[in-house]
Design a protein around this ligand. Structure first.
Ligand SMILES: NC(=O)c1ccc[n+]([C@@H]2O[C@H](COP(=O)([O-])OP(=O)(O)OC[C@H]3O[C@@H](n4cnc5c(N)ncnc54)[C@H](OP(=O)(O)O)[C@@H]3O)[C@@H](O)[C@H]2O)c1
Length: 306
């Protein structure tokens, strides 16, 4: 089946395209700047929807995935950055809606990114898909993002939202940033250490995405997180153990707040203990449930790449 991957040039998108190809699907990346990327998948622009070759490709059954959005944790959150982070998610949905409405038929499924930030900072309380939205910038952002998605006008499409946790990958996101101080023998707990890290291995992330697309009975909201979230203290211990490096340095909360302000507070010092209840109810099988195994798998791959 053809799978349109909006934002498929990014961290999750590239891995998802590889997984789709391996599972006999045809990923087609839709990008704002198709000419800028050199990737091993077919890539088109948002303005190409009405072109005959694209119309032909979308004349049979197809699905679509939206992985777009400016990076949340790359810069501190000034008021203008917050506005940009929101607009980069809302405005692109106008373009995606228009693109899909020009296709000869509606997609079978449309899988939309969101994040566990939706639930806000909930300490050690166990959270699943039925939990209420929280407060704070990340939560408001996710709520507005999901509200706009719900308004996408597609009558016959199965609409799915994935509230993704912290994706562990060697190619970007949180893990390479956490590994850096450990490699310099200066790793350790950040903040109180009690905040929860609801992580997911990149391989399970893309497997869960494919499961949601392929299983015709899925619909609505799903948490994409491993079944065993851990505290920051346990997470950093696991990193130290896997790398065989000490983990006794501490980065106090005030340092993070001074360096990154509200962004550091909400993305590093606070956390949410999220469970993937609906995926587990559907008996989706995670490969990586234990954070030690997930880290071992990724770090071994990293060594082999060197
Ligand atoms: N990685 C995580 O841990 C994580 C966790 C929770 C949720 N998410 C969400 O999952 C989605 C994919 O994550 P990712 O890590 O793969 O992201 P990523 O690597 O930053 O890629 C996102 C893609 O979005 C497009 N994009 C960037 N800036 C944009 C803007 N201003 N307006 C519209 N599109 C823009 C880019 O595609 P083009 O340049 O080709 O258009 C980019 O390749 C994002 O929405 C992210 O917020 C990620």
């Amino acid at each position: 089946m053809v799978i349109l991957v909006f934002g498929g040039t990014g961290l999750i998108g590239q891995e998802f395209c590889a997984h789709a190809l391996m599972n006999n699907h045809q990923p087609i990346v839709v990008s704002r700047f198709p000419e800028r990327y050199n990737i091993p998948y077919q890539i088109i622009g948002y303005a190409d929807a009405a072109k005959p070759p694209v119309q032909r490709m979308l004349s049979g059954e197809f699905a679509a995935v939206n992985l777009t959005g400016a990076n949340i944790a790359s810069k501190s959150w000034s008021d203008s950055r917050k506005k940009y982070l929101l607009e980069s998610r809302i405005d692109i949905l106008d373009r995606i809606e228009l693109f899909l409405q020009q296709a000869p038929q509606e997609p079978d499924a449309l899988l939309q990114s969101s994040a566990i930030g939706y639930y806000g900072n909930t300490g050690s309380k166990k959270i699943d898909e039925n939990s209420a939205p929280g407060s704070g910038f990340l939560s408001e952002l996710a709520q507005k993002w999901e509200e706009r998605f719900q308004k996408v006008e597609l009558e016959d499409t199965r609409k799915l939202i994935m509230r993704t946790g912290i994706v562990l990958s060697n190619n970007g996101g949180m893990l390479p940033k956490v590994l850096k101080p450990f490699k310099l023998f200066a790793g350790g707990v950040i903040g109180s250490g009690k905040q929860y890290v609801s992580w997911i291995h990149i391989q399970d992330q893309v497997r869960a995405m494919m499961h949601l697309i392929e299983d015709k009975y899925t619909h609505g909201v799903y948490n994409l997180t491993a079944p065993e979230p851990v505290t920051m203290k346990t997470f950093t211990k696991a990193v130290g153990k896997t790398l065989r490096r000490p983990a006794f340095f501490k980065v106090p909360s005030f340092v993070i707040k001074a360096m990154y302000g509200q962004m550091g507070k909400e993305t590093i010092l606070e956390g949410t203990r999220v469970y993937p209840k609906r995926l587990q109810d559907y008996e989706f099988e995670f490969i990586f449930t234990d954070v030690n195994l997930a880290l071992k798998n990724l770090l071994i791959k990293q060594k082999k790449q060197k």
